[in-house]
Ligand binder design. Structure first.
Ligand code: AMP
Length: 459
């Protein structure tokens, strides 16, 4: 079995890795670290939870500390991340891994006062982790110079495109020096990402750790068919029966997340919501409470949850099934991290049976059904031959054309929250059978306004 030493890591990094309790490199680390140390570009198909942060941070730190330039510190490594949560977590990993090195790093993101960020930048940094909006903002104000960057990491590239960051990424790429080492990580590899990768990676080594291999197999997945009105009672029952101390519940809308937190509270279950409408302070507080165990249940929407890096999540509840099959894989990947196992419950009501069909097509198997609960409802089971996607309600009144640009933060019928994650109006009636790549490219083109809304809300 390979260990970190065999991968060629230096003593200070081996000490840091040991202090983190890592004994064996994960597959993405095993495959990425040697080529990165050899100076190659890497294209990694891996989602958060696979150990990909260490896969890029360790070699970047090692090369940077091997040859330290004279003079004032300047940004040598730039890591771009789509959300502030993920950016903060990456930065926190850099802290852990650079414990025994003379490396200064900092994270910057929008939604908070820029002054402390500017002060840190003025002192000089080696590694900058940033969300695209704030990065460009501070570059335009003259506070950041990325012209000497030696390592460029684009993390969660598929999510970046979903959130409408492609133009920002292209602007950043133009400002970077030509000679540099590039790393691109993405949970999925639709053609839009392959094109982007082709535009700036040089003869990259491809490392493919698909979610199916890494996490899904270690997760005990269950589907429960029930009526929408019974979901809350079933959730409360399971949380109490299984004494869930670290679980994430996914809802489709921000409004739904808030409402559920209140309802759980009424049932004596401490929970906190995390979504794009929450202030940075509220999100940090909710995550901290969840991490230290004082809040056992986190209720999250897809965008905000992406990259939540909490070890020991035992349960994931798909309280609302996602209309985007890939989100299901991301959601359940919040559990069974770094070698552990976990349980993922999916609650499927009669309006969601088509989403279940799409999910099962994506993961390539049927999720075992658990009907041993009092709310079991056969009307929610997909019909033989049912198509993937939204279930058409034959009784639904014909709706007037709506203005798609209007924001609808209240959630409810329009599922705006999910649209930023890749689903949304344009995809509604589109058959999932067309395949995930096609779905993604459609979304990227079609949902720009919605993506922009998300970007301002979430970054
Ligand atoms: P990431 O995919 O980078 O978000 O990492 C997911 C989690 O796995 C983090 O909590 C890391 O601390 C942890 N981790 C990363 N590498 C290893 C390893 N080799 N062994 C055990 N845990 C790890």
């Amino acid at each position: 079995m390979t260990d970190f030493e065999t991968l060629g890591l230096s003593k200070p990094l081996l000490r840091a890795v040991e202090a983190e309790g890592y004994t064996t490199p994960t597959p993405v680390q095993e495959q990425s670290i040697p080529p990165l140390l050899a100076g190659r570009d890497v294209l990694g198909v891996a989602q958060t939870g696979t150990g990909k942060t260490a896969a890029f941070a360790l070699p970047v730190l090692q090369i940077m500390s091997r040859n330290r330039p004279q003079g004032k510190r300047h940004i040598r490594a730039l890591v771009l991340s789509p959300t502030r949560e993920l950016a903060a977590q990456i930065d926190e990993r850099f802290s852990a891994y650079s414990e025994h090195l003379d490396i200064r790093h900092k994270v910057i993101f929008g939604g908070v006062n820029q002054n402390p960020q500017v002060r840190a930048l003025q002192k000089g940094l080696d590694v900058l982790v940033a969300t695209p909006g704030r990065l460009l903002d501070l570059i335009n104000q003259g506070h950041i110079d990325i012209t000497n960057v030696e390592f460029f990491v684009l993390d969660e590239a598929d999510r970046m495109l979903d959130m409408g960051f492609i133009r920002d990424i292209k602007k950043v790429l133009k400002l970077l020096p030509k000679k540099r080492q590039n790393l691109l990580f993405s949970a999925t590899m639709p053609s839009s990402i392959a094109d982007l990768a082709g535009s700036f990676l040089n003869n990259a080594v491809k490392v493919d750790i698909t979610p199916k291999e890494v996490t899904v197999d270690r997760i005990d997945q269950k589907i429960m068919f029930l009526r929408k009105a019974d979901k809350r009672r079933l959730l409360v029952k399971i949380i109490k029966q299984e004494r869930v101390e670290c679980g994430i519940v996914f809802t489709r809308t921000k409004h739904g997340a808030n409402r559920l937190v209140k309802q759980l509270d009424q049932s004596g279950i401490a929970a906190a919501a995390i979504h794009g409408n929450k202030s940075q302070g509220a999100r940090t507080k909710a995550l901290a409470g969840f991490k230290n165990g004082s809040i056992p249940i986190l209720v999250a929407t897809d965008i905000a949850s992406r990259g939540i890096d909490v070890d020991g999540v035992t349960h994931v509840f798909n309280y609302d099934l996602p209309n985007e099959p890939e989100s299901y894989v991301h959601r359940i990947g919040r559990t069974a991290r770094a070698g552990r196992t976990g349980i993922a419950y999916g609650f499927c009501d009669d309006s969601e049976s088509g989403y279940l069909v799409g999910i099962q097509q994506l993961i390539g198997k049927e999720i075992p059904v658990d009907s041993s609960h009092e709310f079991h409802f056969i009307g929610a089971i997909p019909k033989p031959g049912q198509k993937a996607g939204k279930v058409k309600d034959p009784n639904a009144p014909k709706k007037k054309q709506r203005n798609h640009n209007r924001s609808n933060q209240g959630g409810g019928r329009n599922n705006r929250q999910n649209s930023g994650n890749g689903g949304g109006q344009n995809n509604r009636n589109q058959s999932r059978n067309q395949g995930r790549n096609q779905g993604r490219s459609n979304r990227n083109g079609g949902n720009r306004n919605q993506s922009r809304n998300h970007r301002s809300g979430d970054n």
